[in-house]
Ligand binder design. Structure first.
Ligand code: C2E
Ligand code: MG
Ligand code: MG
Ligand code: MG
Length: 283
């Protein structure tokens, strides 16, 4: 009897595994299709200078407009894209689209000329042999001025293949593209390794910004990150600013830039363009 029960449970377990595998496989196939059927769309979150609230650029954030499921957030498909290698094609699409959009705004609206476009780049992309060639082809095709591009990489990427990574980073810098370290403080990189990477901007993860006003210690942690960035000659962007107090405090601590729901959610291209047009009227 116990044996039977055990067997039944075993079968249920297998069935569940089968279902899990099926839906993953299905999802993977759907995602592969999505890349080629134009179901992906970019949203743009404005980034501001905290001292004068001037718009300095946008971060491109991908969404999946699923025919049945509606808008799917990147947290629900980027990890799968990374595991399956689909991220290379997806990332290429994102880069091409973001560069094309920036170029359109810069050409059409003069105050947009100095706006930057931040693009999230996954580790798998940086490790792809063709990465730099892809970047060059996109810059060539879109005719975007590469000095206005910022590639965002995460701290967790810094621990693998360090030498090869540093080489690719220098190649990126040779193209005048800036490098940002995303979600800083959440990874496992050793601080003593940080100076060897040619990073221009450090992005304080929103968990720190969020916790800032809760406990005194959290404020001290942010201050430590700011000091670290200053010592390393990096600029700072604070992510996930949701309140006036957070914005004011970060500004008083000399954090240059910020993004977050206080200022704006990620916007469609159309909505983002409205903000750029407002800029035209202000100047
Ligand atoms: P991330 O690069 O750290 O992007 C910032 C995330 O924080 C975005 O989530 C944004 O919508 C959210 N956010 C911004 N301000 C606030 C705020 O004030 N409060 C809160 N609660 N959230 C805020 P999103 O768009 O869902 O993207 C999640 C992550 O997915 C990104 O985190 C990035 O790691 C990844 N991702 C998005 N697009 C791409 C892409 O094109 N390529 C790659 N490789 N990863 C991407
Ligand atoms: Mg990012
Ligand atoms: Mg981030
Ligand atoms: Mg993140």
């Amino acid at each position: 009897r116990a044996k039977e029960l055990g067997k039944a449970r075993y079968e249920i377990f297998n069935q569940q595994m089968y279902l899990d595998a099926m839906s993953r496989l299905e999802l993977e196939n759907e995602l592969r299709q999505a890349i080629f059927h134009q179901e992906l769309v970019l949203y743009y979150q404005p980034i501001y200078s905290l001292s004068n609230l001037k718009l300095i650029g946008f971060e491109a954030l991908v969404r999946w407009q699923h025919p049945e499921r509606g808008i799917v957030s990147p947290d629900n498909f980027i990890p799968l894209a990374e595991e399956t290698g689909l991220i290379v094609a997806l990332g290429q699409w994102v880069m091409d689209q973001a560069c094309q959009q920036l170029k359109i705004w810069q050409d059409k609206l003069p105050p947009a000329t100095s706006l930057t476009m931040s693009i999230n780049v996954a580790g798998e992309q940086l490790h792809d042999r063709n990465f730099l060639q892809i970047v060059d082809r996109i810059i060539d095709r879109t005719q975007v001025d590469s000095q206005y591009l910022k590639f965002e990489i995460t701290e967790s990427m810094l621990i693998e293949d360090t030498e090869q990574l540093i080489e690719v980073m220098h190649q990126i810098k040779n193209r005048q593209i800036q490098l940002s370290l995303d979600d800083f403080g959440t990874g496992y990189s050793s601080l003593s390794y940080l100076p060897q990477f040619p990073i221009d901007v450090l992005k304080i993860d929103r968990s720190f910004v969020n916790a800032m006003n809760v406990e005194r210690q959290n404020l001290e942690i942010i201050k430590t990150i700011i000091t670290l960035a200053q010592v390393l000659n990096m600029k700072i962007i604070a992510e996930g600013i949701e309140t006036d107090v957070q914005a004011t405090t970060l500004n008083s601590l000399n954090v240059e830039f910020g993004q977050g729901f206080l200022f704006s959610q990620p916007l469609t291209a159309e909505q983002a363009e409205t903000i750029v047009i407002e800029l035209t009227h202000k100047s």
